[in-house]
Design a protein. Structure first.
Length: 488
């Protein structure tokens, strides 16, 4: 799940360790000159693995709730605290747990990996799986290009290892790399334990990207290969977390390695849109991919986060429900667009019927409605001429506040809060704060409105991203209140 960063560090106290690591690598570089090439490469790999292991340990201990013991919310943090261990699914199938799991299928002619976890966890995952088998790694199959799935590739890859991925993998990796500072800042807003961009450990072996598939598979196409008598199918399944999704299917054992195709949990309502700010995921392609997976009739689903689901009947029922739920939300949105309804009306109106009810802690129905609208219609909603020009309504907020007076506006915001309309209260408070960013009464009301929304979120859908965002805004409001307090 991409709710977790590949660099969950705090800034303080980390830099000394990173310098040591850089020095260690420099020393290995010097030794490399006097060794033959193979031995040098092996030594360098070993040193990098040890270094990355040390960084990973240090990072985990600095997480909220780690050594500091602070309480946190959210599956991202829970995942990174999960101990790394190997779990056996079948004689020939094991996985190492972590933020992102690393799956290994062993054969008489070498091993096949599916996904390689987070770079920070590659050292313990690799060592644990090598204890099961250290036969050559013949294939690495990647579910998609997110950092929590490709982090270990450069450490696992050997001479002649085939890297199998979707044909859009390279393009997805390119845009994620080009937008890295933007993505980083948005991730850090939601996951504040990350260090600032300028304080992040910028070490070559940890950097995102650089994975080059040697075999690719297109949308709804299958690449088949056999190794040690075991048949493997890699299937392109677009529409899930990224356009470059692929799954791995073992037909004899009816095991489906699903990556993030279903999201971090199975079953759940999918993230058609991620507020971290990536491209919209195409809903009808997703439905088609779900239909394809139904024809396989898996007996075990092994996701790249959390644990497998076993049982063909339940799996079939769950995949069908996800498919029908996405189709339902899609069709209702399209019908509403054709009926001339606004996107906001539809966000309020469209709900899953009871028989399609799914948890929405990752993806949300109302955000999916908006994403489907934007995917089909883009950003001009025919609501107002001003939509066409780069002059947002907030540019006149301060003027409105000047005319209306902050007292009248604050009392209006207060009324909205009493009427349990916290979002309307926030709109009014944005007008006041545009003119007076340090208005203490407005900041206090803003905090109250955000707390109301947070309580509703925690007692409602428990959507992780909504909760992370509200926590960030409450924190930001507290900082502004502290800055606005009279000195003394
Ligand atoms: Zn993931």
């Amino acid at each position: 799940m991409k709710t977790v960063t590949s660099r969950p560090f705090r800034a303080r106290g980390g830099i000394g360790k990173f310098l040591l690591v850089v020095l260690a690598i420099a020393a290995v570089g010097a030794a490399w000159l006097v060794l033959d090439e193979d031995a040098g490469t092996q030594l360098k790999k070993e040193a990098e693995l040890a270094a990355i292991g040390a960084i990973g340990k240090a990072a985990t201990s600095r997480l909220p709730g780690g050594e500091d013991g602070a309480a946190t919310h959210g599956s991202a943090v829970d995942l990174i605290r999960r101990p790394i261990e190997v779990i056996e699914i079948a004689d020939n199938v094991h996985y190492a747990t972590g933020v992102g799991n690393t799956m290994m299928i062993t054969t008489d002619e070498g091993n096949v990996l599916f996904d390689t976890g987070l770079v920070l966890q590659v050292e313990p995952q690799l060592r644990a799986l090598k204890e099961v088998s250290d036969a050559p790694v013949r294939y690495i199959v990647l579910s998609h290009s997110h950092a929590d799935h490709i982090g270990g590739v450069r450490f696992w890859q050997e001479e002649g290892t085939e890297i199998v991925a979707h044909e859009d993998f390279v393009e997805e990796q390119r845009y994620l790399m080009e937008l890295e500072p933007y993505q980083y800042s948005r991730n850090r807003t939601l996951f504040p334990w990350m260090p600032a961009w300028e304080d992040r450990p910028d070490i070559a072996m940890m950097r995102y990207g650089g994975v080059e598939p040697t075999i690719t598979v297109g949308d709804w196409e299958t690449h088949r290969f056999t190794l040690g008598g075991v048949e493997f199918h890699v299937i392109g399944t677009p529409g899930a977390e990224g356009a470059d999704n692929a799954v791995l299917w073992l037909p004899e054992q009816k095991i489906l390695f699903s990556g993030d195709f279903f999201g971090p949990q199975f079953p759940q309502f999918p993230n058609v849109f991620t507020m971290r700010g990536e491209k919209i995921r195409k809903p009808m392609e997703y439905v088609k991919s779900l239909d394809l997976l139904l024809t396989l009739d898996p007996e075990i689903v092994v996701p790249s986060h959390l644990d497998p689901t076993v049982g063909a009947v339940q799996i079939r029922a769950d995949i069908t429900k996800i498919r029908d739920a996405v189709q339902y939300v899609h069709d209702a949105t399209v019908a509403g667009m054709n009926a001339g309804k606004s996107v906001y009306d539809l966000m309020q109106e469209i709900k899953l019927p009871p028989e399609l009810d799914l948890v929405q802690n990752h993806g949300r129905v109302d955000w999916a409605v908006r994403s489907i609208w934007d995917y089909y219609a883009t950003w001009f909603h025919f609501d107002s001429t001003t939509e066409l020009y780069p002059v947002p309504v907030r540019e006149v907020y301060a003027d409105i506040a000047g005319v209306a007076g902050s007292e009248a506006l604050l009392s209006l915001a207060q009324n909205f809060l009493h009427a349990d309309e916290p979002v309307k209260a926030l709109h009014i408070l944005e007008v006041v704060l545009a003119g007076e960013p340090g208005n203490v009464a407005a900041l206090r009301l803003r905090r109250e409105a955000l707390e109301t929304l947070l309580l509703a979120a925690e007692n409602g859908l428990r959507n992780d991203y909504e909760i992370y965002w509200l926590q960030y805004r409450i924190n930001d409001t507290d900082n502004r209140l502290a800055a606005a307090a009279p000195q003394g």
